[in-house]
Design a protein around this ligand. Structure first.
Ligand code: DX5
Ligand code: ZN
Length: 218
């Protein structure tokens, strides 16, 4: 499978959000990465339903929604209503993760689970068959523009081993500090999808930056 590029709109220009959505529509990107933060699970607040709904009106590619919120079950239906295609919750924020995953699937969305840098991939052993995607955080969640954590490489490799052992199809997505110094190795270690926020939007030509990330081979 050719790897997926999911630019994070957290680093977009919110005064020109429509322009940035169109840029992604016209680029080689595959998904829109949408970061929802509640100020409780993470020390930051981003944006909510009205903004996602506005993005969805223009977006011509799937919405990859990353929830950094406590007790996400409260809002699953609303995320479906505003256009989420992939809905990813944090392992650390769910008491009954299996139930939450079922709930996401019952609303017709693909279900993902995200792990903070300190959370071991071994903890996914008994849920891996039930999820479509695992999002490995390669920075501590809450902010764009942080430095990539090197330990993520070995987490990817181990997660790929577990998925292969269980013969389950799984999208492994990496989020945080992704740029041209680590992207190739991330793919080589077994990543299927790369999120990139500041690397794309702070670059001179975001569309070219996306094309370069997409064209990487290992
Ligand atoms: C951080 C978010 C990321 C963030 C990545 O909590 O989950 O998606 O936007 O930004 P960069 O690519 O700048 O690290
Ligand atoms: Zn994210």
């Amino acid at each position: 499978m050719n790897h997926i590029i999911s630019p994070s709109l957290l680093s977009a220009d919110f005064n020109n959000l429509g322009r940035d959505v169109e840029m992604i529509n016209n680029s080689d990107a595959d998904w829109f990465h949408i970061d929802v933060m509640d100020g409780v699970f993470v020390p930051n607040i981003s944006f909510g339903f009205p903004v996602i709904s506005a993005i969805n009106k223009l977006a011509k590619k799937p919405l990859d929604v990353h929830l950094m919120i406590v007790d996400p079950d409260r809002y699953i239906e609303e995320f479906k209503n505003v256009g989420a295609d992939y809905l990813t919750v944090h392992y650390e924020a769910c008491k009954h993760l299996h139930r939450t995953i079922q709930n996401i699937h019952s609303h017709g969305m693909k279900a993902g689970v995200s792990l903070n840098p300190h959370t071991s991939v071994e903890l996914l052993y008994d849920i891996i068959d039930d999820v479509d995607l695992v999002l490995l955080m390669s920075v501590n969640p809450g902010f764009g523009g942080q430095k990539y954590i090197e330990n993520t490489y070995s987490k990817i490799a181990r997660l790929r081993e577990i998925a292969d052992e269980k013969e389950t199809k799984l999208i492994i997505e990496i989020d945080g500090g992704v740029d041209n110094t680590n992207a190739e190795k991330l793919i080589e270690m077994g990543a299927d999808a790369l999120v990139a926020g500041s690397f794309v939007f702070k670059s001179e030509n975001p569309e070219n930056t996306i094309a370069n990330l997409k064209s990487l081979k290992f």
